[in-house]
Design a protein around this ligand. Sequence first.
Ligand code: SF4
Length: 215
Amino acid sequence: MDISSLYEQLFQKYGDLKWWPADTSEEVIIGAVLTQNTSWKNVEISISKLKENGSCSLYAISKMEEEKLKEQIRSSGFFNRKAQVLKKLSDSVIQNGGLEPLNSWKDEELDHFFSHMFGIGKETLDSILLYAFHRRRFVVDKYTNNFFSRIGMLKKNENAEFMREKIEDSFSVYQLKNFHAMIVNIGKDHCKAKPQCAGCFMNISCDHAKETMFP
Ligand code: SF4
């Protein structure tokens, strides 16, 4: 199966998932940090608390006492570290004039700026560039690797990073956003750590299902 057919099959099932669910690009960035190692449900609680307190912005976080920030993001887990990450990130962005000037930066400049920040790993970086800055980025996470290797897009021991360039060249920014969202959805619905192939809409064309269900 080629990558475009894979996208189409997912799209027929999930359609436009309108991911990332946020009112502003700053909220995307805050959510991208908060979602590290926790479920989106927990992030939503933290984001609601920040909004209730009028502090769901990088400027507000930069000005806020770290202890107060920890209280508001407690539901997202690892709140000591995440508060530090958010404070440092917010300070750096504010020192550079906020998000508006950053919007005109080249991809490699944004990449360099965020990737050198404390607590910003590759997955968070890709999410920020794709969803907050609308740059052509493919987000590779555990769902992507599980799904791509089982469906037959990767050879043994290959990582989905191997396909990044091809995917980023083949899809629009809108499609890259939705592609990641659809992969996360199938990862949560069916292609879990222990895949549930019997009820999965991809099982006819999936290598793993062919091997395990129809040997
Ligand atoms: S059929 Fe099974 S292995 Fe293939 S995508 Fe679905 S859940 Fe994953």
